[in-house]
Write a protein that binds this ligand. Structure first.
Ligand code: PEP
Ligand code: MG
Length: 589
């Protein structure tokens, strides 16, 4: 084959979830499937180093497991901690470790292959025994084997690795915590087989400004290491080995998009009022105190949603009250003048997991042990967080918001725990805002239906449309196989939003929207027309939303809302909203 051989271009369509056009080489993460462990020969001279690499992976695993055991034990879950002790025993088992080292020496093959083969032999042996106790060891060995292999293979990606610096990362899936480890300056783009626009890893990528396409189904199998890739994060298109024609076409598209961005950015510092002089309120969604710089960059004053689980995901453990307090205080202190910081209490579960046995994998995670359900079960963990938030309220204007509320009883119970936390701080003599506002996220249809009753118990609402959409339509927000059914234009979703807004208005409390549609230029005029009090979004969406709302007026958006709410067909709604947006955006040809 000649040097001028041009690899064939092919195109994959996924869900664009973080805009940006980039071009670069692929770095494909190894899949987590144990069947795909690589097997290769190690040079004689490198065998000692290979044995050390194996020992380092064992040591890293030992530290991770000991940390988990300590964490769980400190929460009083002694039985769960015992499981990790059993895992440590497997790691120290001279038979498995010794046999692996022996296999490496005699076959000259790599550590992961030899370790995997040895542990599989043990798994088969224990699985075949009659004794139930000994059979139990199978899951211990399997779990430890996975951890060691991940450490050997570097499967759990961390954003600091040089191996994929300035590459397009391709993976079967990325958890939100894995995504948070990447640095904007270190990776070009993220591509995953799984996920959808509102899966949490996608939201994290958007917040970090890393172009991303999810739901690509089998991209990690079709893209090879070092393939040349062109990513369009807005349209969700990925070209592998792009042709000269495609590259030329994309350079024109990029120029047009930059021109549009420049026009929009010019208005960044103009007041947030519509053409008829009505003020509108834009706020930011953040995942940590560091994001507040970005908030200011896009001239947002308040935070409508601080996803506090970011601290838990980044540390992969339950942080102490002190650690949390430091983060919340730093956020409160760095807020723009007169801004409000709404901290949402822990929303772990669903697709946001940490390595804790208190949060095991579930068959139906989004319907499961998540958010307030977890907090009301593990009240000490909840109270650690509430005390930390309360203490930080002495340093800036903070409000507390409870996620995944489904009943009045849950709000009442959460407020009881908040009172306990306040009492504990009073007896410690700590300062906090005695009148701190408390709000509820309305993101479950049941809560929407009884919104008037819930409103009696809280000071404000924020509608979580990401979850409200998945629960209303019974469509898992992270499942790429049904992403076409996850439809925010569905009239049932829009009618529910309007129903909640009306319930809040009747009770006299404000009602914001903090789901992804708040930052979507197609939806913003509609939400304003429905009477939503504030739109809270990933800060880098704010410039375009500001431009659109500044170039419309109250009558037009109310008329738009009336027309949309009377329309039964989602595609007609989409068309009407898109036409409205396009009539406002400037031409860039
Ligand atoms: C939502 O559900 O719309 C929301 C804002 O919360 P999260 O995306 O974190 O579930
Ligand atoms: Mg939610």
């Amino acid at each position: 084959m000649g040097e001028d051989f041009q690899k064939q271009e092919f195109r994959l369509q996924g869900v664009g979830c973080s805009p940006g056009v980039v071009r670069g080489k692929a770095f494909v993460f190894l899949q987590k499937n144990i069947e795909e462990i690589p097997c290769y020969k190690i040079e004689e001279s490198a065998r000692e180093a290979e044995a050390h690499r194996f020992e380092r992976a064992l040591e890293a695993t030992r530290e991770q497991i000991a940390g988990l055991a300590e964490d769980v034990r400190s929460r009083g879950a002694t039985a769960e901690a015992d499981i990790f002790d059993a895992h440590l025993l497997v790691l120290d088992d001279p038979a498995i470790v010794g046999e692996t080292l022996k296999a490496m020496a005699t076959t000259g093959l790599n550590a992961e292959y030899c370790f995997n083969s040895t542990s599989r032999r043990y798994i088969e042996f224990f699985a075949g025994l009659e004794d139930d106790y000994l059979k139990e060891r199978v899951s211990d060995i399997r779990d430890v084997t996975q951890r060691v292999l991940k450490n050997l293979l570097g499967i759990a990606p961390t954003g600091t690795s040089d191996r994929y610096s300035k590459r397009v990362i391709v993976a079967e899936d990325l958890t939100p915590s894995e995504t948070t480890t990447f640095e904007r300056s270190n990776v070009l783009a993220l591509l995953t087989d799984m996920g959808n626009r509102t899966s949490h890893a996608a939201i994290v990528a958007r917040a970090m400004g890393i172009p991303a396409v999810v739901g690509l189904r089998n991209a990690s199998l079709r893209i090879a290491q070092d393939d040349e890739i062109l990513v369009d994060g807005e349209k969700g298109i990925v070209y592998i080995n792009p042709s000269e024609k495609t590259l030329a076409c994309y350079s024109t598209i990029s120029r047009q998009r930059s021109r549009l961005a420049a026009v929009i950015e010019k208005e960044l510092s103009l007041p947030d009022v519509t053409l008829d002089g009505c003020a509108f309120h834009l706020e930011g969604n953040i995942g940590g105190a560091d994001d507040i710089e970005n908030l200011k960059k896009f001239r947002l004053k308040s935070v409508g949603l601080f996803r506090s689980e970011g601290i838990f995901l980044r540390n992969d453990r339950f942080p102490s009250e002190e650690q949390q307090f430091e983060e919340y205080r730093r956020a409160a202190e760095s807020m723009p003048e007169a801004g409000t910081l709404i901290i949402r209490t822990l929303d772990l579960g669903g697709d946001k997991l940490i390595s804790s046995s208190l949060l095991a994998r579930e068959d139906n995670p989004f319907m499961g042990f998540r958010a307030i359900r977890f907090c009301l079960e593990f009240r000490d963990i909840f109270k650690d967080q509430l005390r930390a938030i309360l203490r930080a309220s002495a340093f800036g204007k903070i409000k507390i918001m409870f996620p995944m509320i489904c009943s009045v009883a849950e709000v009442v119970a959460a407020k009881e725990v908040l009172e306990e936390a306040k009492n504990e701080l009073r007896s410690r003599g700590e300062k906090f805002d005695e009148d701190i506002s408390v709000g509820a996220m309305i993101e479950i249809p049941a809560a929407a239906v009884i919104a008037e009753n819930i409103a009696e118990e809280v000071d404000f609402f924020s509608i979580g449309t990401n979850d409200l959409t998945q629960y209303t339509l019974a469509v898992d927000r992270g499942n790429e196989k049904i992403s076409h059914l996850y439809d925010s234009y569905h009239p049932a979703v829009l009618k529910l939003i309007y129903f909640i807004v009306k319930a809040a208005r009747k009770t006299g409390i404000p009602c914001a929207v903090c789901g992804e549609i708040a930052g979507d230029p197609v939806f913003a005029p509609l939400l304003l027309g429905m009477g939503v009090s504030a739109l809270s979004m990933t800060p880098n969406c704010a410039a375009k939303i500001r431009y659109i709302l500044r170039h419309t007026d109250t009558d037009s958006v109310r008329k738009l809302a009336r027309a949309v709410l009377a329309e039964p067909e989602p595609r007609n709604i989409q068309e009407r909203l898109t036409l409205f947006m396009n009539s406002i955006l400037p031409e860039t040809e």
